[in-house]
Design a protein around this ligand. Structure first.
Ligand code: FES
Length: 69
């Protein structure tokens, strides 16, 4: 699933996931997972550097897509 054409994806980019936060958010909306699982399944943060985990958590909370572990 990709962003609507008129929607500009200016969300932060996670190198470890090779995806923007918005792309991770879309995966989360398609298949909601608790945060720790999300980091392994929807994002590469779990096996990556981990530097954007706090920022990603805040982003998901802002978009009502954060699920407590
Ligand atoms: S850049 Fe996102 S976890 Fe490394």
């Amino acid at each position: 699933m990709s962003a609507a054409p008129e929607e500009v994806d200016d969300s932060p980019y996670c190198c470890c996931s090779a995806a923007t936060f918005m792309e991770i958010l879309e995966r989360q909306r398609a298949e909601p997972l608790p945060f720790m699982e999300l980091l392994m399944v929807h994002a590469g943060c779990g096996g990556g550097c981990g530097s954007c985990i706090d920022e990603l958590e805040a982003y998901l909370r802002q978009h009502d897509a954060y699920i407590e572990d």
